[in-house]
Write a protein that binds this ligand. Structure first.
Ligand code: C2E
Ligand code: CA
Ligand code: CA
Length: 683
C-alpha cells in the first residue's frame, strides 16, 4: 500500500462535500467546500489558525479542543460544534469531528465539518415563538371565584363563560370539587383547609377542572383569604383561576422536543429512564424487564470515512430498523441505542436478541456502497440485576463495556463477575499511563526449539507488567486495555526495542543466529506506520531482518484479509518472516492461508496440551502439521509440557516446539544462564 502523502490526501479531500481543514500549528489546507462556505480563499485560510475564525472569547477553548489535545496525543479525536464567522460576518454553526492523523511522519489535525446553522436557527425561532406565546397567555383573563370553607361556590366572575363555557350563575351553590379531577381533589381540599386556618396568606395550587364540554383544563390557581374576612362580609376564599391548558400543552411539546432526538425521532435517555421506571412499576414483581444497550461497531470510522451527514442518515436507518422490533427504543447518545422490553420469562430475552441480530444481517446502504454493520450489546434484567432504573442502565452499560472487548456481535448479560472484570480493567487503564514511566513493563523470553536437533533456534518475546497492586500481570489481562486506549503503539515499540536489543546481545554472546518472534495485535498490525517503526529498530540495533518474526493471530489476519495480504507482502519484501499464531482457533479458509504466504504456523497450546488424551485435539494437530508440510511452512507447537508431547510431535513431523518442558518465559538474565547451560550440553 502506498503511504499517505500530503498531496494525495489533498486530492481526496478536495472532492468531499463537507468542510475539510488540515492543520498543524497553522492551517495547511482547506478544501473547496470550506472556501465556498466561508468566503475565504485558501490563501487567506493559510495565514491564520482555525480558531482565529471564532468569537474571541471562545478562541482559547477551541484551540485547546481541536489542536492542543490532539497535538499532544491526549485525544485522538474530538467532536463538537463551533461558531465560525464567515468573511461576510455571518455565523455558521459547524458540527465537526477533528482527528489526529499522521502524514509523512508528522502529526496533524484533520477537521471535518458540516453546516448545521439551519437546524440551530430553527430551534432558536421555536424558542422565541414560545416565549411570545407565554406573554400573550398572561394577558388572557382569569376566573375569579369565592369558595366557602366546604368548597361551595359563592361567586364566579363573568369570564367563566369565556374560559370554561359555564354561564355566570350556573355553578353558584355547587361544590367546586364536583368539577375537579378525582386525582386532584385531595390536593385542593388540603389547600382550602390550610387557607381557612391561616387567613391573610396565599397558596398556589394546580388542578384539572372540567369545562362545559367535559374536557379537562389545567388551572393554576392562587387562593387568597383576607385577614378578618368575616368582618369584611366576604363569603369565603378567593380563587384566582388561570387556564394553563395551552401553556401545559406547549410545555409538553417542548418536553417532547427535548425528550425526543431530532435526528432519529427516538426518545432520549431521560425518557428512557422514565419509561423504565414505569415498566418496573408495571411488572409488580411478576415479570421481568429486559434492558439492552447497543453500540454500533466501528461507527466512528464510518463517520470519518463517509462524513457526518452520511453517518447521521445511517443512524436514522438503524433507528428505523430498531423500530421494527416493536419494543421501547431510545437513542441514548451518539451511536448508543437502548431497548426496553417487558418479558414474562427469561427465554424471551434470547428471542429479542435473535430478532436484533436479524435486523443487522442485511447490509446498510451508504452513499451507494452496501455495508454490513454489527453491534455490541450489554443487557441487564429487572429484578435480578437491580431494582432501580438508574442501576439497571448502569449495569447494562457495564456489560456493554465488556461486550466491546469480546468483539463485534457480542451480546453480554450483566453479572457481578463481569462488573469486577470491568472495574479491574478501568483501574488498569488508569494506571497504564504511569506504568511506563515507572518502568513496570518487562519483556520475558521463551526459547523455541528445533525438534530434530533439540537446539534453541529462537525466542518468543512475551510482555509482562509488574503491577504494584495486582502483581505480575500476563498480557491477556492488559493487551486489550492497551489496544482500546491506543497505548498499544508505545507498548509495541517498547517490546520491539527491548527484544531486538536482547537477541542481538545473545547472538553476539553465543556467536549463533537466533530469531526473535514478536507478537502484534490487530491495531498494531493494521497501523500504517508499522513498517517504518520496525525498520527503525532494525536499523538502530543493526539487526538482520530475517531474524525477526512477526506473529499475528489467525483472527487478526482474517479481520481484513485483502488488506492483510498487502501488508504481509510488504513485510516479507523486507525479509521479515511471518508466523500465524493461535492457528486452528478462528476456522479460516485454507484458501486465504495459501494466499497469505506465511513462513510459520503456530499450533495453539489449546490443541497441543490435551492432544494425548483428546482425539479431536490430536486430529487438529495432525492436520495442521500435515498442511504445513504440504505447503512448505514451518510448524511450531506451543504448550509442549511433557516429553510425551515432544515425542508425539516429532513422530508427526512437527518442526519446532516451545513450552514449559523446555522452559517457561523468563527475564533476559535468567535466559542467558539458561542458554549457557544448554549450550554446554550441546542444545
Ligand atoms: P501467545 O502468542 O499464544 O503466547 C503463548 C502463551 O503461552 C504465552 O502466554 C506463554 O507464556 C504461554 N505458554 C508457553 N509455554 C506454555 C506451556 O507449556 N504451557 C502453557 N499452559 N502455556 C504456555 P502469555 O505470555 O501469557 O501471553 C499471552 C498472549 O498475549 C500471547 O499469546 C500473545 O498473543 C499476547 N502477547 C504477549 N506478549 C505480547 C506483546 O508484546 N504484544 C502483543 N500485542 N501481544 C502479546
Ligand atoms: Ca505468540
Ligand atoms: Ca498461541
Amino acid at each position: 500500500m502506498k503511504s499517505l502523502t500530503k498531496k494525495s490526501i489533498f486530492q481526496i479531500l478536495e472532492e468531499i462535500p463537507a468542510v475539510v481543514v488540515l492543520y498543524g500549528d497553522k492551517i495547511i489546507y482547506a478544501n473547496l467546500f470550506a472556501c465556498k462556505l466561508t468566503g475565504y480563499s485558501l490563501k487567506e485560510f493559510r495565514k491564520k489558525h482555525l480558531w482565529e475564525f471564532v468569537n474571541q472569547k471562545k478562541r482559547e477553548e477551541i484551540k485547546q479542543r481541536i489542536w492542543d489535545r490532539i497535538k499532544s496525543g491526549i485525544l485522538d479525536r474530538v467532536e463538537g460544534v463551533l461558531k465560525f464567522i464567515t468573511k461576510e460576518g455571518r455565523h455558521i454553526h459547524l458540527k465537526y469531528i477533528a482527528k489526529r492523523i499522521k502524514i509523512e511522519d508528522e502529526y496533524f489535525g484533520l477537521l471535518l465539518g458540516v453546516d448545521i446553522s439551519k437546524e440551530v436557527n430553527q430551534e432558536k425561532r421555536l424558542r422565541n415563538f414560545i416565549k411570545k406565546l407565554e406573554k400573550l397567555l398572561e394577558y388572557s383573563s382569569d376566573v375569579i371565584m369565592v369558595i366557602d370553607e366546604n368548597g361551595f361556590i359563592k361567586y364566579e366572575s363573568p369570564s367563566v363563560e369565556r374560559v370554561l363555557g359555564y354561564r355566570q350563575k350556573e355553578r353558584i351553590g355547587k361544590s367546586i370539587f364536583g368539577y375537579i379531577h378525582p386525582n386532584d381533589i385531595e390536593r385542593v381540599k388540603k389547600a382550602v383547609k390550610k387557607i381557612f386556618k391561616n387567613p391573610g396568606t396565599t397558596f398556589t395550587v394546580e388542578y384539572r377542572e372540567r369545562d362545559k364540554t367535559g374536557k379537562w383544563r389545567f388551572m393554576e390557581t392562587v387562593i387568597y383569604l383576607p385577614d378578618g374576612w368575616k368582618e369584611l362580609e366576604i363569603e369565603g376564599a378567593i380563587f384566582n383561576e388561570r387556564d394553563n391548558t395551552k401553556k401545559k400543552q406547549i410545555e409538553r411539546s417542548i418536553l417532547e422536543l427535548t425528550y425526543h432526538d431530532q435526528l432519529t425521532g427516538l426518545p432520549r435517555q431521560s425518557w428512557f429512564l422514565k419509561q423504565l421506571k414505569y415498566y418496573i412499576f408495571q411488572t409488580k414483581e411478576q415479570g421481568y424487564v429486559l434492558v439492552l444497550v447497543l453500540n454500533i461497531a466501528d461507527f466512528e470510522r464510518i463517520n470519518f470515512v463517509y462524513g457526518i451527514s452520511t453517518g447521521d442518515s445511517l443512524l436514522r436507518e438503524i433507528a428505523n430498523r430498531l423500530k421494527r422490533l416493536n419494543v421501547s427504543i431510545s437513542r441514548l447518545f451518539g451511536d448508543n441505542f437502548a431497548l426496553l422490553v417487558l418479558i414474562k420469562d427469561l427465554g424471551q430475552a434470547d428471542e429479542i436478541i435473535l430478532h436484533l441480530r436479524k435486523l443487522f444481517s442485511k447490509p446498510f446502504r451508504l452513499k451507494g456502497d452496501e455495508v454490513k454493520l454489527s453491534f455490541y450489546a450489554g443487557a441487564s434484567i429487572y429484578p435480578i440485576d437491580g431494582k432501580s432504573a438508574e442501576e439497571l442502565l448502569r449495569k447494562a452499560d457495564i456489560a456493554l463495556f465488556k461486550a466491546k472487548e469480546l468483539g463485534e456481535g457480542s451480546v453480554l448479560f450483566y453479572s457481578s463477575r463481569v462488573e469486577k472484570e470491568v472495574l479491574e480493567k478501568k483501574i488498569l487503564k488508569s494506571s497504564l499511563f504511569n506504568a511506563f514511566e515507572k518502568k513496570q513493563f518487562k519483556v520475558y523470553y521463551q526459547p523455541i526449539i528445533e525438534i530434530e536437533t533439540e537446539k534453541v533456534v529462537g525466542f518468543e518475546a512475551l510482555l509482562r507488567w509488574m503491577h504494584p497492586d495486582f502483581g505480575l500481570l500476563c498480557p491477556e489481562k492488559f493487551i486489550s486495555v492497551a489496544e482500546n486506549s491506543g497505548f498499544i503503539f508505545s507498548l509495541g515499540e517498547f517490546v520491539l526495542d527491548s527484544a531486538i536489543a536482547s537477541v542481538k546481545r545473545l547472538q553476539k554472546e553465543f556467536q549463533r543466529r537466533f530469531y526473535i518472534a514478536i507478537n502484534f495485535s490487530l491495531k498494531q498490525f493494521l497501523d500504517e506506520s508499522l513498517l517504518d517503526v520496525i525498520n527503525n529498530y532494525l536499523h538502530i540495533h543493526s539487526f538482520n531482518s530475517s531474524d525477526l518474526i512477526l506473529e499475528i493471530t489467525e483472527r487478526t489476519a482474517m479481520q481484513e484479509p485483502e488488506k492483510t495480504k498487502q501488508i504481509l507482502r510488504k513485510i516479507r519484501e523486507k525479509g521479515i518472516r511471518i508466523a500465524i499464531d493461535d492457528f486452528g482457533t478462528a476456522y479460516s479458509s485454507l484458501e486465504y492461508l495459501i494466499e497469505f504466504e506465511v513462513d510459520k504456523i503456530k499450533i495453539d497450546k489449546k490443541f497441543v496440551l490435551p492432544m494425548l488424551s483428546n482425539s479431536k485435539a490430536m486430529t487438529i494437530v495432525k492436520m495442521t502439521i500435515g498442511l504445513c508440510r504440504a505447503l512448505d511452512i514451518v510448524s511450531v507447537a506451543e504448550g509442549v509440557e511433557t516429553q510425551e508431547h515432544l515425542i508425539k510431535l516429532k513422530n508427526l513431523g512437527c518442526r519446532e516446539a516451545q513450552g514449559y518442558y523446555f522452559s517457561p518465559p523468563m527475564e533476559l538474565n535468567s535466559l542467558i544462564e539458561f542458554m549457557k547451560e544448554r549450550i554446554q550440553n550441546n542444545g
